[in-house]
Design a protein around this ligand. Structure first.
Ligand SMILES: [Fe+2]
Ligand SMILES: [Fe+2]
Length: 191
């Protein structure tokens, strides 16, 4: 991506989020190489995954509506989730990304989805384990991810779901669907 767009991204999301983004790129490229995923796609998706995390007071709900994004009830309720779908739209319009796989990885990075692509998985988990993350349990997820990508994601989703339950928060159904799918797939494979 050319320098002026990178600077624009930095301006939009602020230094802290931009630095997180660079660490996600680094982790995602590493994982992408291990899993033979197109590195250009990995870089693009990782770089833009949080492009809708605007700094300052921005009304994400209004912005999503202005872009004609159809939000589900959960997103209308929990605005933290909006930057996935909104990010995909901004990646397309502002950063001229046409690749549906890249746009989907951005769209679903906050929740996951049923039957995730390898690119979806790499962006989702890199966001969770990038080296700046230091919440309880993250090291176990890192280890699991490098042993078996699906098991790492499953553990990350388990932790997320448990955290949300403990905090009495709503769980997006895509996260439940993603977890169920991974679990059933892992359990049906010979061990
Ligand atoms: Fe995000
Ligand atoms: Fe992120």
């Amino acid at each position: 991506m050319d320098k002026s767009l990178l600077m624009e991204l930095n301006m939009d999301i602020g230094d802290e989020r931009f630095n997180h983004t660079l660490r996600v790129v680094e982790t995602a490229v590493d994982l992408g190489k291990r899993h033979n995923v197109d590195i250009e796609k990995v870089k693009k998706a990782a770089l833009l995954h949080d492009c809708a995390k605007f700094q300052g007071q921005i009304n994400l709900l209004k912005m999503a509506k202005d872009f004609d994004i159809i939000l589900d009830t959960y997103m209308e309720y929990n605005h933290d989730l909006i930057h996935g779908p909104l990010g995909a739209k901004i990646a397309k319009t502002k950063y001229k990304v046409e690749d549906k796989e890249v746009l989907d990885a951005i769209y679903y990075h906050t929740t996951g989805r049923e039957n995730m692509t390898l690119l979806d998985k790499i962006i989702y988990i890199s966001d969770y384990i990038e080296p700046g993350r230091n919440f309880p349990g993250v090291d176990e997820v890192r280890k699991a991810t490098y042993n078996n990508l699906d098991k790492g994601i499953l553990l990350a989703m388990d932790n997320t779901i448990k955290f949300l339950v403990d905090k009495n928060k709503v769980i997006h159904p895509n996260t439940i669907k993603a977890r169920n799918f991974l679990l059933m797939e892992l359990n049906s494979k010979p061990r």
